[in-house]
Design a binder for this molecule. Sequence first.
Ligand code: XMP
Length: 323
Amino acid sequence: TWTTGNVIEEQIAAIRAQVGDKRAICGLSGGVDSAVAAALVQKAIGDQLTCVYVDHGLMRKGETEQVEKDFVAATGANLKVVDAEERFLNALAGVSDPEEKRKIIGREFIRVFEQAQLEILQEDGPEVAFLVQGTLYPDVVESGGGTGTANIKSHHNVGGLPDDIEFELVEPLRQLFKDEVRMVGQELGLPAEIVQRQPFPGPGLGIRIVGEVTKDRLDLLREADAIAREELTAAGLDSEIWQCPVVLLADVRSVGVQGDGRTYGHPIVLRPVSSEDAMTADWTRMPYEVLAKISTRITNEVADVNRVVLDVTSKPPGTIEWE
Ligand code: XMP
């Protein structure tokens, strides 16, 4: 019979058999899948695992701390955090085109992650031969089912490493669906904020700022997003809403009146959607009172925002994200 306890035991035995006394690396994204995969592998091989978290500065309020503090507290994992905010901001400077932003973020991410891998390879200890990935069953089916290997290229490196290093993949979630992964994560003691987290795109808030991404704009959006999330949770809407992107229209200004004067600030868009699988979605008919509370708080508490608008477009024709 299927129980989370059985799944965990089976996977721990399989991971130990696969990895032996070598070492493994796991990239953490802040998302559910990588966190649960890492927690399972940690339970199986302990200190033979090193986790890597690239802080690209595009996360929401509190998310980096969740990985740095709560994930580590819950699992006891070795975690290497790379603070790459400045590098990402520099690479994104002057860029407004959504596809270009995605390419830059993806490229920088791989470079920073590979550099961190190389540093781990150069530490003393057993050979690092494995890369842990949070591949789920639906991903396996979509990609045709093969297991694989991953390469990193060390051509920028001087430290006597081979030109091309190959890792074998460890994928302990390959037989699981998302809801099962959440159950396994919970059983492993991961915090609810990580296990119940709603989908969040890899490029993070970088694709929720319509216009150029800057530190000030990110800080502003982080505040607005935190308020929206807080109120949605307080209203008990987390299970009803698939996800609620909060978007800053940084290139738009509109006239408002706040305190004793005219303002000329930015709009914030709320995009609550209901969905089964993100392929199609409908805008969530959520209570006006909750929308009113979010709007009042954001315009009162976030400087430079003087208008909150609701996106009432289904997917299709609109995508869930604005970029
Ligand atoms: P769209 O905007 O295409 O989004 O309707 C569908 C789902 O995918 C998420 N999304 C991403 N996730 N990297 C990710 O990991 C990405 O680049 C990305 N773009 C969109 C989005 O949040 C939604 O859940």
